[in-house]
Ligand binder design. Structure first.
Ligand SMILES: [Fe+2]
Length: 284
């Protein structure tokens, strides 16, 4: 069932958030973050400064042709790209400008351990990254300026993209609601809900992203952890083989032996210790 975008008068209580919204339904909170918090966050010129740095991930998206350039940038670029139809996006800003990390504090009702980063975008009128969807949850907090958003009423699970361009832009229109945001307004967008923002007045937007690891990432990272622990990194020694083990094919019970070895490793305290550290390390 689809329903119109919901305006909340304040940040939801925890129980309400997980029951009604998390993974289920977008919402908007007008003036959800006070100007006392907003004024301590990074400013546009400082953000542009970060995009010149070698080890900081940044990109500029041009909305006229949905092209994209990746940083680090030469500072002259900002004198040459005009005053319309582009956005600068910088990842992990909370690491390079710690006061910007304070934007997370009002979101204690969310699973903060799962937060991937705070991405900040600066955009000029007409700027935006186009109609798209993300595989992660996001809170968008509007800083200075004004933007118009359209958010779909339902998740899209079989999306089609425009071919032969730099960005993943949805090829088809989506049904959704349009609204404008100003400083301090909060938007929550669950994964796979299509959305599109367009800047009306020169804007800063703060995106708190909750990007969970893939199974492959978990297995690779846990594998690396085990490799460093000699006492648990045991090699397969062919215990309990019998006559069914002869020849080129493994028996079903041998496959089970391997499966149980892995399950045993994941059921151990090592896995829990590693997993807790894994999400803590994401925050450092
Ligand atoms: Fe997005």
């Amino acid at each position: 069932m689809s329903s119109p975008i919901l305006y909340l008068s304040k940040i939801p209580a925890e129980a309400e958030f997980y029951q009604k919204f998390w993974n289920k339904r977008p919402f908007v909170i007008k003036a959800g973050i006070g100007s006392d918090v907003m004024e301590k966050l990074i400013k546009a010129d400082e953000l542009a400064g970060l995009s010149l740095e070698e080890d900081i991930r940044s990109r500029i998206v041009f909305s006229e042709n949905w092209s994209c350039q990746h940083g680090p940038f030469d500072e002259n670029i900002f004198n040459t790209i005009g005053e319309k139809n582009w956005s600068l996006l910088v990842q992990d800003v909370e690491k390079f400008h710690p006061p910007t990390g304070d934007i997370i504090k009002p979101f204690g009702f969310s699973p903060c351990w799962l937060i991937d980063d705070v991405m900040v975008s600066y955009s000029v009128p007409g700027g935006g990254v186009g109609p798209h969807l993300d595989s992660y949850h996001v809170f968008l907090i509007q800083g200075d300026g004004k933007r118009r958003w359209k958010i779909g009423r339902e998740a899209i699970l079989s999306e089609k993209y425009i071919e032969d361009i730099d960005l993943k832009i949805l090829a088809n229109e989506f049904a959704g609601d349009e609204f404008e945001v100003e400083q301090g307004d909060i938007i929550y967008i669950p994964p796979f809900f299509p959305h599109s923002g367009e800047t009306i007045l020169e804007s800063l937007t703060f995106s708190i992203g909750f990007l969970g690891p893939s199974i492959a990432e978990l297995l690779v990272e846990y594998g690396q952890y085990i490799e460093e622990q000699d006492d648990i990194n045991k090699r397969y020694a062919g215990d309990k083989l019998d006559s069914s083990s002869a020849g080129n094919e493994m028996s079903g019970s041998e496959v089970d032996n391997f499966r149980n070895t892995l399950i045993g490793s994941i059921k151990s305290d090592h896995f829990e210790n590693w997993l807790r550290d894994y999400f803590k390390a994401n925050k450092d």
